[in-house]
Design a protein around this ligand. Sequence first.
Ligand code: ATP
Ligand code: MG
Length: 582
Amino acid sequence: MRPSVIDKPACWPPPNLTDYVASRAAFSWASAQSKLAEMAGGGLNMAYQAVFRHATSARRDHVALRWIGRGGERRDVSYGELAARVARFCNVLRGLGVQRGDRVFALCGRVPELYVAALGTLTLGAVFSPLFSAFGPEPIRARLAMGRARVLVTTDTLYRNKVQGLRASLPELRHILLLGPAEAADEAAGVHDLERRMAAAEADATPVATAPEEVALLHFTSGTTGKPKGALHVHQAIVAHHTTAVSALDLRPDDVFWCTADPGWVTGTSYGIFAPLSVGATLLVDEGEFDAARWLELLGEHGVNVWYTAPTAVRMMMRAGATAQGRPPGRLRFIASVGEPLNPEAVFWGLEAFGLPIHDNWWQTETGGIMLANFAALPIRPGSMGLPLPGIEAGVVRRDGDAVHEVADGEEGELALRPGWPSMFRGYLDDEARTRACFASGWYLSGDLARRDRDGYFWFVGRSDDVIKSAGHLIGPFEVESALLEHPAVAEAAAIGVPDQVTFERVKAFVSLRPGHEVTEALRRELLGFARTRLGASVAPKEIDFLPNLPRTRSGKILRRLLKARELGLPEGDTSTLEAGA
Ligand code: ATP
Ligand code: MG
């Protein structure tokens, strides 16, 4: 029988729930902000905090970024070198007449220039918007048009294959900056060789003294529940990036930190760029795609101390039977995950494979930073998203017309946050009404359903769009999926509600199997029985289908809405973020 709590030795304050409560009481965003501003001589510009502050200090020669190329090549970039490249990029933009507030988009893989472009854009006070490089032309066009992109940083190949044909429909897109070989460069058409321009630019720049509320980033959501939304974030978000990296990820200045998310998604910028650099840590950047064996090697070889990944990657590693046992001991101290519910099985797998449990935490594109977390020093409750961070007030509420009230501990409701933390989005792009609909009675309403236990730990129930209503019960898909995942044959599971004449909806599950297991009628029956024993007849799935892989977004989230649409023969909706082949 698995324990319901994993106790750990104290390693970072607060070491117990009482101290946690005290440290929350002592925290204020205002003092966190003034401390950061002081360290940087008053500047809150994100690029200042992330790079220039270190480049002018004793950390100058510390490695800011260790890049591992697809072919295994390795490049270390110190804070001093990064600042010089960031300054050059800023000056390239300046030379092109790019203004403070203009939007600079990036469409490329995880190469050092992507990080330089993000930080150089912010140095100038322009707005950075990353796009996932595997998007097809239409999702790219839609986002560039919606974001009124003025500059696009991309590669020669991506430009020719995906962007060149769109130029006529994007009159506001004035400049293309090509990375690497720039054969398509054509100055008259505004297509520039970035490296050539960088070489000619000054290696020195002072970040623009942006106001705390000045827009810094435009991020598109994952599109799990529908058409992706553009969320705007401001420069003072760096205060939340910095403090949450310390409190929720236990990140320290001498750490090597690996965030596996692509900067095309918010995790890949908040924690893949800004948070670790603001702390002064070394960022591991892996250009290649997921590969369980190679990931294990990277963790050991580069002495990763803190690893921030996603449940989908964890499940894929579990499926591949990956384990660090029997390898030389690495330096891994802390593992965390975000993006989807982390099934208890996955938390325990961490203990078996690395001797460390996996710490789930919760946040969204809209929150800009981690809001709830299982902290390094507190016991983990497997299956729980953890406790609110210092400076964050979270609640479980029900909307009743315009009124919103909190429900009792243990009851399900919508996960809500009191607005006011620095990384909160300042609105959806061009969608005032939708922004307004997220706020009521002094709460930001997340659209996720959760419950809180007596000790204040939050438990994910499901997205409000995914919850299944069956015979008067509200069933969260996560509960059903977690039970199925306990079966040794199951690699992944997704539960949806399908219409039922008697019960309104009944639970149907889709399952993919671990290697070595075959789809058989006997296994289907076994899984149905297994789930019924664990969940009871009213919650257990009535039907199970096998799929080789579940459809997911490119950021790794299972697309239950797509399974449902396919099941019911309905239109698939926006599939711009659907992973290829799913
Ligand atoms: P869209 O808003 O376009 O439908 P999305 O909500 O998936 O897409 P993101 O902002 O990338 O876009 O993801 C945030 C969502 O991911 C959360 O609202 C929540 O549903 C889910 N999520 C994140 N972390 C966790 C977690 N620890 N446990 C459960 N769900 C999580
Ligand atoms: Mg969302």
